[in-house]
Design a protein around this ligand. Structure first.
Ligand code: ATP
Ligand code: MG
Length: 449
């Protein structure tokens, strides 16, 4: 019994009291992406396992240790997506988007699944906002993708966050680098963890990304890829930096970023924070010019990033940034008696059809209990309907903030109430503007819009 009332380890519920924060973040990021021309794509939560082993790479932590893989009843190997890039790339190919004008820009909000050790900011089911840009080789595209992430943090008022960038070259320059890397790790072979020992032959770059403390320490002294870049890759990286400077985006070059997924080439980047302990990366991505070919398409240079929604929310909290409040109930219609209850139902319907949030008693409570409830839900206005009000055709509407009451005709209740509500919102807003409380203004707008 206990099992069915407990969520699975590493998963979390978003409760009604908090969901407005997720909704605000989700609509904000999609809106910002759309300003840059990214349009939403939605792909299934599961894919053929091979898509991930091929694209993410079978020597990565994600594929080796973290995937939720199972056989379905038809005997197919299925994997719950651990990230969003592979599914989007598969859809891009399957639907022939390479025949559309380039670049193709997509955005998504997806749940992701990784069997990791759960802790704050590290879940087994988490959510990513991501964008992908297909068909652009130019460093301008790298800077543009990075600038979407930058814009999200800027818009939300997050300042203690660093952009770190690196280039991990192309298969050509990586050959020589891999040899140097292998020689270095060979010399410290006895200290590597068993997984990295296996990676030494197959993909020594993966050792740079190992989370085990000893491998991490050994990796810190390894040769760095920047010293091995071919002329084209070096030039590309210089240009990315130039564009970032033109866009007024500060960055630091961190030669140790390699990223945990195999498909990356050239530019890789992370937005990192000191506010979240070991879960420092809030947004991470890069260029993956070989991926579309790897999964069976033609050569389509591409790049993107994934941003962890839960980490973003933790970061906002850690930095004391308040999001707009949940939309309040505009009016609560308390009612006494059957007739008044019918009338309340009719008025609430009219109000909602005019775009307002209205509630009335559906429990059959005493007037006192109804008013207590109106207070709990933070209703901006209340009115009490009884037989007398219905007979006179006039209701008294009370502003719960100021205590002021206004009489409104039941005949055109929705229209008159809307006028009243807008008038008081306007004067409240004017007061805020003259006091220059910019934070309060955005909270206020969240409350009424
Ligand atoms: P980390 O190094 O923290 O394990 P990662 O390199 O595995 O991160 P990516 O695969 O680049 O992460 O995913 C992009 C973003 O998704 C991360 O920057 C992070 O914000 C978020 N993310 C990744 N794994 C998790 C997780 N298990 N729980 C919550 N968010 C996550
Ligand atoms: Mg990880």
């Amino acid at each position: 019994m206990a099992l069915i009332t407990k969520a699975i380890k590493g998963t979390q519920d978003v409760l009604p009291a908090d969901s407005h924060k997720n909704q605000f973040i989700e609509s904000t990021v999609l809106e910002i992406a759309s300003e840059f021309g990214f349009k939403e794509i939605r792909t299934p939560v599961f894919e053929h396992t091979e898509l991930f082993t091929r694209s993410v790479g079978d020597t990565t932590d994600v594929v080796q240790k973290e995937m939720y893989t199972f056989d379905d009843k038809g005997g197919r190997s299925i994997t719950l997506r651990p990230e969003g890039t592979a599914g989007a790339a598969r859809a891009f190919l399957e639907h022939g988007l390479q025949n559309e004008p380039m670049p193709q820009k997509v955005s998504y909000l997806t749940s992701c699944y990784r069997y990791e050790k759960p802790q704050a900011g590290r879940l087994r089911e988490f959510h990513q906002f991501g964008i992908e840009c297909y068909g652009a080789e130019s460093p301008a595209a790298d800077a543009e993708v990075i600038s979407v992430g930058n814009e999200v943090f800027g818009f939300l008022g997050i300042d203690r966050i660093r952009l770190e960038i690196n280039s991990i070259g192309c298969p050509t320059c990586r050959k020589e680098y891999q040899t140097a890397l292998k020689a270095y790790f060979e010399s410290r072979k006895d200290e590597l963890c068993p997984t990295c020992l296996e990676r030494l032959d197959r993909n020594p770059m993966r050792i740079l990304d190992c989370k085990s403390p000893i491998c991490h320490e050994i990796a810190a002294g390894a040769p760095i890829i920047l010293d091995y870049l071919c002329d084209d890759c070096r030039e590309h990286f210089e240009e990315v930096k130039k564009y970032l400077e033109e866009m007024n985006i500060s960055y630091e070059v961190n030669p140790h970023i390699v990223r945990g997924l195999d498909y990356y080439t050239r530019t890789v980047f992370e937005f990192v924070t000191d506010s979240l302990g070991a879960q420092a990366a809030v947004c991470a991505g890069g260029r993956y010019d070989g991926l579309i070919e790897e999964i069976g398409g033609s050569h389509v240079p591409a790049l993107g990033f994934g941003m962890g929604i839960e980490r973003l929310l933790l970061l906002l909290e850690a930095q004391g940034i308040e999001l707009p409040e949940a939309k309040k109930c505009d009016i609560y219609i308390a009612n006494i008696g059957k007739n008044a209850s019918y009338k309340a139902a009719a008025l609430a319907t009219e109000l909602r059809q005019s775009g307002m949030s209205a509630q009335f008693d559906v429990v059959g409570r005493s007037l006192k209990a109804q008013m207590k409830y109106a207070d709990k839900i933070n209703a901006r206005y209340t009115t009490v309907l009884g037989d007398d009000d219905i007979a006179s055709g006039i209701a008294k509407v009370k502003n719960m903030e100021t205590g002021e009451t206004t009489e409104i005709n039941l005949e055109d209740f929705a229209d008159s109430f809307m006028d009243l509500s807008l008038q008081s919102a306007a004067s409240e807003l004017q007061n805020l503007v003259s006091d220059d409380k910019s934070v309060d203004i955005s909270k206020f707008l969240g409350g009424i819009m």
